[in-house]
Each structure stands twice: as structure tokens, then as C-alpha cells.
Write a protein that binds this ligand. Sequence first.
Ligand code: M6R
Length: 379
Amino acid sequence: EKQGFRHFMHKEIYEQPAVVRTCLEAYFNREWQPGDNQVAPINLGINPELYTDLQQIEILACGTSWHAGLVGKYLLEQLAGIPTSVNYASEYRYAPAPLRPYTLAIGISQSGETADTLAALAMENQRRTGLSAAYQARLLGITNRPESSLGNLVADIINTHAGIEIGVAATKTFVAQLMAFYSLALDLAYRRKTLPEARIEEIIQGLRQLPVQIEQVLSSQEGSIEELAHEFAETQDFIFLGRGINFPIALEGALKLKEISYIHAEGYPAGEMKHGPIALLDAKVPVVAIAMPGTVYEKVISNAQEAKARDARLIGVTPQNGFDAAEIFNDVLQVPVVDELLSPILAVIPLQLLAYHIAARRGLDVDQPRNLAKSVTVE
Ligand code: M6R
């Protein structure tokens, strides 16, 4: 079943190009072109009433799904102009946002069985029961298992189509959740006319390139990441830095490493380092900086240089362009240049491989890390 891979996680990392292709087929309509009023660019099959007069979105999730929600917030706000909050389901269920009208609650769960996410959605539904139409609950689920408890609880579901994931560390399901958020944000942007259709088309064309670009990252980076992992097998702390749409990817890189290698790791928005965490840095703490061209590129580079000035070993997840990355970074995990909006899907791949190879090198049970279960069905 592992098809020649030593671990399911490694196999699932390699399934990501195919998962993105499946999501592209499922969500996007090949026939659509800008100016076409007959067909829509995106088909999510969800009730259009969820969108009517929509004023804000509350995302409810845990763990890696919460990280996908943070990327989702960026897309929903920047593309569709909808104020969006991302909540830990375990917090929201006991301290929800004040009731506001025209609110969509999105529960996102790979397994569809996470107790806190289900409870937060059920609470949201319950507290709005009997209120006027504007305050009625609008619930949407994003899950890899439409037949799950989440699928039963919520009438409208976006299926993430990643196929069953066995490794406890979420990899291919995370990338599929991001694809679901791209399609949701673009669908809303199209209907609310917050983006020119030519820009929607450009983003969709960019999404269509991702499978080949993920393959490039996998084939070009695996060898050097495996070598790097040998050097870090005894490292005790890691810092991951990102900004903007890649801040959640820094969190995800740190979570993957913690979860399977048991190495302490923290993800930070790069600009926040100087407000305390920079004191942690010295030659023993490697810093992984996600530096993708776009609005915050130069900012991340200068934050990375501040870390290097504290003797940190600096690893860049970056394309080699425009400047000599070798002068700034001690090691480069190279990814192709893409539209900044699409960069999270490429930036996460080397971080998954890094966590995988460090854990494998340490001889750990990569697919079944200690103290963890694939779905957390208790509070
Ligand atoms: O099934 P869910 O997406 O609801 O799971 C949420 C978290 O338990 C999950 O993402 C967890 O953080 C993963 N093991 C991360 O790799």
C-alpha cells in the first residue's frame, strides 16, 4: 500500500500534484472565459443563499485545518472583500463572537470528526435558532470526508477530494483545503464583482500550473532536504518566519516539525520577531524564512538578515531570482516564482519534506507520532 515509500506521509506528500489536479477538475469550469455570462468559472455546488447579503465569515477549525483557515482569511478578505475571522474551535465554542447578521460560519476539518469543530458549529447553529432571517445560521463545511459527522451536521459541504490520508500529519489534505479556499474566494469575488474577470482568469491559470510546479519542487529539492535533515537531526529548536499569505505556512512548517520529529519549533510573522522572540536566536537555532516575491518580499528578507546578524543559520524557502540568495541564506530550498497569492501551496512542500526527513532520520514513527491520533474525537 505504501507503493515503495517507507512511510505513508512520504507517499502522501508525493500525491499532492494529483490532488491539486483533482481539485482543479472538481471546482473550476474549463469552459468559462472572462466575459462569458452563460457559465460561471467555479462550481462548488453549494446553496447560493449562503452568499446573499453576506457581511462576514467566521472560520472554525483546529490544527492544520486552522492554518488553512488563515490562508482562507487572506483570500476571502483580499479577493472577495469579506471581513473574516479565524477561530480555534475549542476557544470559539465557549467564547463566540457577538451575534451579527448575515454571517457565514465555515467549519473546516479533514476528518470531519474533530469534536471541538463539530461542537463550535453546533453551538453556532443552536444560538441562532429562532432568530430573524438576517440572523439565521449559515453553515458551510470543508472536509475530506463528506460522509463524516461534519457532513451530517452541515447541509453544504465542499469536498476536498484528497483521498484517504493515513499519516497523522496532514499534508495532502492541507493542500486540498487551500484549493477549496481558492475556489470559494474566487467564486465570491466573481459573484460580488470585487475582482476584474481578467484577474480571476489569471489566478485560475496560475492554479492550473501548480501540479507541475509541485512536481518540480519535489524532484529538485528532495535530495538536498534529505542531506540538510541529517545535519538537523540533533537540533533542539527551530524558528519559522513568514509574512502575509505565507505567515500561516510558517505556522504549518513549525507544526509539522513538532508533531513528527518532537523538535521544538515556532512559527512567527517575521515582523514580530523584534518584539521578543529574537532574543531566542543564536547559532544553535536555525531559522527558516519563507521569502516569496510579492508585497512583503523585501520585508521578509530584511527580517531574515536581522536573524542572521544573531548568528542564526538561515534557510530560505525562496526562488533564486533578483538577488543572490546564496549571500543571505546559508541554505536555499528553491521553489518556482509564482503569483504571490498562489505561493503558499509551493512554499509548504519543502517544509513538509524537511519535517519528514528530520523525523525519519531520527528513526521516529513518522505516521503514528506519540500522543496523537488521526482524528481528535474528544474535547
Ligand atoms: O481532522 P481535522 O482537520 O479536524 O484535524 C484537526 C487537527 O487535529 C489536525 O489538523 C492536526 O493538527 C494534524 N495532525 C496536523 O498535522
